[in-house]
Design a protein around this ligand. Structure first.
Ligand code: DQQ
Length: 471
């Protein structure tokens, strides 16, 4: 069911444009919106500027998939309407099934004012009719920042709808405000579902997403100014969420504003926006910017972290496979594999042995001048993505991002990696995700190599698949 529009064809030759991550036919993408499994199909809406490869007047783009892998573009679902509460943009929101009527709640922007707006569809999510009574809520309660009131997560308990909206308590920190309704149109403010301290979880919470994984409650937030998304795991009682622990949703520095859906098989699936790591001029010249992460299937792990796995459906894209077993990785040199590609899936199971750090280089040129390094430091129990030599273009980002990954005694480092031209997405030991963006300058930066430092390590197994394109 893949489609190829003229614009997709025009841009397909760009060596940095992903081939199996979702992105619009052209121009700008940011947050995933309105994720829903509707009548057997996955609907992915997204914040979209259809006119340019930079953020601007935001619409809702729309794509649909039978299998979470192949996407078909549908017409833009939502556009700003002059002289109404969304005249300046249709910002992030969600879609729920209101007794058979797909109903979206999104943030309408007019001047600086952000207000919840509603629209419904009677043709299976293709076209949307905006509610004449918009906005749904006249203003946030006075104790919250009047200019930070956006992004919506809605669920139903019994006959009652609950809605969480991202906000801020001035001088204190981010907040997720809780409302309730019987009809999705008239909303009563209850209290904050949760608030944070600015030094810990930022000043404004964008894109709150509240859901349960079994008995575990999770609040995902995208806090300003942290430029990353967090999840809190905790308890929910008396309509208040009490966090027990806070974790990064992704340590790669490029994953933001995620949203989840629950599908018909009761899986909780997350998509996030992978922003660019190159200059705005380069994005404008490319004619596209912003990529959706792969679908990540979430479950609760004992001990309060989330388990993240790539959706198993992605295996449909696997082509030719290479496999190595029991490969020695000598220190102080790289062990290049006879594997090449800018569209690969790799599963590497690495036993650290005597090494103090170890990992894998991707998008590596034959002379080793360009590469992006995924490395694990055993003493610090830290996983990093190092882009200092990812490209020779000074305008691209050249930095290191990372975070904690604690391995149990004897637990190998298991890196499940997706390389998709300018996207590298890593699932480490099913519990730490790291997504990044790289723009190698050389056409031959296609290699894969292993490395160890401080002692020898061993690759228990490495599987590499060539990945097909979905467009
Ligand atoms: N992006 C949207 C907002 C949201 C922010 C606007 C997060 O609704 O708060 O495009 O990236």
């Amino acid at each position: 069911m893949a489609t190829t529009s003229k614009e997709r064809t025009r841009l397909a030759g760009d060596p940095h444009r992903p081939r199996y991550h979702f992105l619009p036919p052209a121009n700008w993408l940011n947050d995933p919106n309105g994720l829903i499994h509707w009548r057997g199909q996955y609907h992915l809406f997204y914040q979209h500027n259809p006119l340019a490869a930079h953020w601007g007047v935001i619409h809702w783009g729309h794509a649909v998939s039978d299998d979470l892998v192949h996407w078909r573009d549908l017409p833009i679902a939502l556009s700003p309407t002059p002289d109404t509460p969304d005249a300046g943009g249709c910002w992030s929101g969600c879609i729920v099934d209101d007794d058979g009527v797909p109903t979206m709640v999104y943030t309408g922007l007019r001047d600086r004012v952000q207000r919840p707006c509603l629209a419904t569809s009677d043709d299976d999510l293709l076209t949307w009719t905006k509610y004449a009574g918009n906005p749904l809520i006249a203003a946030p309660p006075p104790e919250f920042d009047q200019n930070e009131f956006r992004d919506h997560c809605i669920w139903k308990t019994g006959d009652t709808w609950y809605q969480v909206i991202g906000s801020s308590v001035p001088e204190v920190g981010g907040a997720a405000l809780l409302y309730r309704s019987q009809n999705l149109r008239d909303w009563e403010y209850l209290h904050p579902l949760c608030t944070g301290a600015k030094d810990e979880t930022g000043t404004v919470w964008e894109c709150p997403d509240f859901f349960a994984l079994g008995d575990t409650f999770v609040l995902a937030i995208s806090p300003i100014p942290l430029r990353k998304s967090l999840y809190m795991v905790g308890s929910y009682a008396d309509q208040r969420f009490t966090p027990a622990s806070i974790h990064d949703l992704d340590i790669g520095g490029h994953f933001y504003a995620p949203q989840t859906l629950r599908d018909a098989s009761d899986r909780r699936i997350m998509f996030g926006w992978l922003w660019e790591g190159r200059s705005q001029a380069a994005q404008d010249a490319a004619g596209w910017a912003g990529v959706m992460s792969l679908p990540r299937v979430l479950s609760a792990r004992p001990g309060g972290q989330i388990e993240f796995r790539p959706a198993p459906e992605l295996a449909a894209l696997r082509g030719a496979q290479q496999r190595w077993e029991n490969l020695q990785i000598e220190p102080a040199a790289t062990t290049a594999l006879d594997a090449q590609g800018d569209s690969l899936e790799i599963i590497a199971v690495l036993a650290p042995g005597d090494a103090t750090s170890l990992g894998i280089d991707l998008r590596r040129s034959p002379d080793g001048a360009e590469y992006t390094r995924i490395s694990y430091d055993r003493a610090q129990q830290r996983l990093e993505i190092d882009r200092r030599r990812a490209s020779s273009n000074d305008d691209d980002q050249h930095d290191i991002h990372g975070g904690a990954l604690e391995l149990a005694d004897g637990e190998p480092l298991r890196l499940h990696i997706f390389v998709d031209r300018s996207v590298i997405e890593v699932f480490a030991n099913d519990r730490v995700c790291a997504a990044s963006r790289v723009y190698p300058s050389r056409a031959d930066s296609l290699g894969v190599a292993l490395f160890a430092e401080g002692g020898a390590a061993e690759a228990e197994s490495i599987d590499v698949w060539k990945m097909g394109a979905v467009w």
